[in-house]
Design a protein around this ligand. Structure first.
Ligand code: PMM
Length: 283
């Protein structure tokens, strides 16, 4: 899933694809580089971002959805507003990606249910205004899994079919780097929810944290694409359905390599037991 943020202020690419023509062209470029679908968003979710009004969000998103759909691109719309989801679906979008998992707008779940569209339900503890006060966990993996399960139940109760629900741990949303890493270490627990899993790590703060130099300074967001591709490999190995990324080429190549190596396994290829070669000699 390639990202097209039609915003002046997104965290890693704000302002770059802000007019319709540039945004459509960027979406097509991402498809050429290997994206299977494009996630179009008109509102930044970065901490402290001010919400855009509905009319402005529609103005940003709908022409880009239309433009890409007319080119045959599969579109996901990244929005917390039911009206934007509804208009995007009418314009040909295939999927709704709501970072609030239907919590932000009570009309969202009925709109998605009526349309029969796939719905990304992300783990979310509210808007990130005033710092990361909600990002406190005793056991982040268990809490995120439990809270996601509760959201999935609510979405199903609202009429969305079970086979339309996609889950997402919401990396970086009310989470510190240690929380994001713990979640990536246990993708199996998220997979056990029984729904396709979306992993959206691209260029996020926790990668900056991992890559920080001796002075503690993280590299800028646009220099985190190799790190993002590493997460894409982990996600592919962990059985994720999709990864949401800003720079598609590195991820598409990385995932193809994972697939090729996995395809080269023969049925009797059992991996060696841990430590199996330790006794024979350390080189
Ligand atoms: N993160 C961002 C935006 N949309 N959607 C899903 N499903 N999951 C995410 O983690 C997510 C998202 C913020 O990233 P950006 O502003 O850098 O694109």
């Amino acid at each position: 899933m390639g990202v097209v943020n039609v915003t002046p202020d997104s965290f890693s690419d704000g302002g770059r694809w802000f007019d319709t023509t540039t945004a459509v062209k960027h979406g097509l470029d991402l498809v050429a580089r290997g994206a299977d679908l494009i996630d179009v968003g008109g509102e930044s979710t970065r901490p402290g971002a001010t919400r855009v009004d509905e009319a402005e969000e529609l103005r940003r998103v709908i022409p880009v959805v239309r433009g890409l759909v007319s080119e045959g691109v599969t579109i996901s719309v990244d929005t917390m507003r039911a009206s934007v989801a509804e208009r995007s679906l009418a314009a040909g979008a295939a999927l709704v990606n709501d970072v609030s998992g239907g919590l932000s707008d009570p009309a969202m779940i009925p709109v998605v249910a009526d349309a029969g569209a796939p719905f990304v339900v992300m783990h979310w503890r509210g808007l990130l205004e005033g710092g990361n006060v909600k990002g406190v966990y005793a056991d982040v993996v268990t809490e995120v899994v439990d809270e996601l399960r509760a959201r999935v139940d609510a979405v199903l109760e609202g009429g969305v079919a079970a086979d339309r629900v996609i889950v997402d741990p919401g990396l970086g949303f009310s989470k510190e780097a240690e929380h994001d890493l713990a979640l990536l270490a246990r993708l199996d627990r998220l997979r056990a929810l029984g729904h396709p899993l979306l992993v959206a790590a691209s260029r996020k703060r926790f990668l900056g944290h991992v890559l920080a130099g001796p002075d503690g300074a993280p590299p800028p967001a646009r220099e985190r694409d190799a790190a993002t591709a590493a997460v894409s490999v982990l996600a592919a190995r962990g059985g994720a359905w999709a990864v949401r990324v800003h720079e598609v080429r590195a991820t598409a190549d990385a995932v193809r390599v994972v697939r090729a190596v996995e395809g080269a396994r023969t049925p009797d290829d059992t991996p060696p037991a841990p430590g199996a070669h330790g006794a024979e000699g350390t080189r």
